[in-house]
Design a binder for this molecule. Structure first.
Ligand code: 3HC
Length: 321
């Protein structure tokens, strides 16, 4: 490495170590830019694809109140996605390219969204567990070293808290309801517990990005640390609901002050990440169809913006003349 590049890298790391935020116009290592575009775009894709499993239940919500809350949540997720695509664009990424990569199967999104929503209780479990896990991760990301990403997280976390609370309230209503409703809640917990733990990524020993992401303070906690934090917070919530976490190895450890829990099925994790989950194909088909059917909106917005630009140009030309 040439001395100039080495000096730049050392100055950059010193800024990171001093807790300075890196802004779009600052010098940054290519690898820092690249891994942020990778992570932020996948985060954005997750928000957008995550609308599909829940959107499936807007028309079937059991009451107007539940429908309104679910509609608001799904609309929030769209906004989160647009916000995050905007953060990726500050790094020089092109939004259209990112979306093309998703549709061509070249970009990842969170594995959790490749599971089906089979009952209304799944909507409760998603809010409680999936948004609960997302909050765990996103609160940590409010302290990430890249400025625009950290700031986007502050706004997103405020809305996620509502998502998690409305999900938990659905579960509470079902668990305080009829025996059939409580069974539906237990069935949802059985199906969503382990995929929610997988949201935090592979174990630290198998994570290819964690070490560098920790050094650059993109991550402030490792995958396993966040996963453990999620288990410690969520198990008492399941106890309060009166339903059982589907893990025979789950046990409070007085010595560590954490819950010990069973081994994640990493074969299932990588199978789903690599595209062979229960709903991967269905999700991509729905995303591509929605993108194609929405082309006219994008074209109309672009045409309007172009017309406004031309009118402004004409007005400025008249002023100069
Ligand atoms: N699903 C799909 N891919 C995953 C994954 C998951 N659950 N966990 C990890 N991976 C991928 C990584 O993207 C990486 O692949 P790549 O090199 O092709 O990008 C590979 O597995 C190795 O994993 P690492 O742990 O080394 O990767 P990261 O350091 O990027 O850590 C992460 C993974 C913790 C998910 C991190 O990317 C992250 O914090 N992302 C931002 C948060 C996010 O995307 N959350 C997803 C859910 S968003 C959501 O739920 C919205 C809410 O409103 C419902």
């Amino acid at each position: 490495m040439d001395p100039k590049q080495k000096a730049l890298l050392e100055q950059f790391q010193a800024r990171i170590d001093a807790e300075e935020k890196i802004e779009p116009k600052d010098w940054m290592p290519d690898e820092y830019r690249k891994t942020l575009i990778r992570q932020i775009s996948q985060h954005a894709h997750s928000e957008i694809v995550g609308m599909l499993p829940e959107g499936n239940w807007i028309g079937r919500a059991p009451s107007l109140r539940r429908k309104v809350a679910l509609l608001a949540k799904v609309q929030d997720e769209a906004g989160h996605g647009l916000y995050l695509y905007g953060a990726a664009e500050t790094l020089g990424a092109e939004r259209e390219d990112l979306i093309d990569e998703l549709h061509e199967g070249k970009a990842k999104y969170s594995s959790i969204f490749n599971y089906p929503t089979l009952s209304w209780a799944d909507i409760g479990a998603i809010g409680w567990l999936v948004d609960g896990a997302a909050i765990m991760n996103q609160v940590m990301l409010t302290r990430t070293s890249y400025g625009p990403y950290a700031r986007a997280m502050v706004r997103i976390c405020k809305e996620e808290s509502f998502h998690q609370r409305q999900g938990y309230e659905i579960m509470l209503t079902l668990c305080r309801g009829t025996e059939a409703q409580k069974r539906m809640a237990q069935d949802a917990l059985n199906r969503w517990w382990w995929p929610s733990l997988m949201m935090f990524g592979p174990s630290d020993k198998d994570s290819k990005h964690t070490e560098q992401s920790m050094q650059w303070k993109i991550k402030r906690k490792t995958n396993d640390e966040l996963r453990q934090q999620f288990v410690d917070v969520t198990v008492p919530q399941a106890d309060f609901l009166g339903i059982t976490v589907p893990d025979p190895d789950l046990k409070w450890n007085e010595v560590t002050g954490h819950y010990d829990f069973g081994e994640i099925d990493w074969d299932e994790f990588w199978r789903v990440v690599k595209g062979d989950g229960p709903c991967n194909e269905q999700r991509m088909k729905a995303r591509i169809k929605a993108h194609e059917e929405g082309a006219w909106v994008r074209e109309a917005a672009m045409a309007y913006a172009e017309k406004r630009r031309q009118r402004k140009e004409r007005e400025e030309a008249v002023q100069v003349a």
